[in-house]
Design a protein. Structure first.
Length: 105
């Protein structure tokens, strides 16, 4: 039963946090410089999440060519840049990672 309370409280905290920003910015105009800065937040957060998954293995930073994740991320980045297709990028990136892991292990 405790898990349900944790889920409920976590959901409520998330809802109230988002609602507070919606209510705050519905009453005041966001300065243009802040609006420009806030547009960059999703890309920065996404980059931080991806960078940790790509460059850190077993708690160690691994920048070598033996790190299959770097090669798969570079391949996926190239596909994303050329095609702008999210599904194709995910498919090629995962297939590259799996093939490299199979080949090197």
């Amino acid at each position: 039963m405790k898990i349900w309370w944790l889920l409920l409280l976590g959901g409520l905290a998330t809802y109230l946090t988002r609602l507070s920003m919606i209510l705050l910015f519905s009453r005041w105009q966001i300065p243009p410089w802040l609006g420009r800065a806030l547009r960059l937040v999703p890309a920065a957060v996404f980059s931080a999440i991806i960078a940790q998954e790509v460059f850190v293995n077993n708690g160690q930073i691994n920048l070598s060519f033996h790190n299959e994740r770097i090669l798969a991320a570079l391949t996926a980045s190239l596909i994303a840049w050329r095609t702008k297709n999210i599904l194709l990028t995910l498919a090629v990136g995962m297939a590259t990672l799996w093939a490299l892991q199979w080949f090197f292990h």
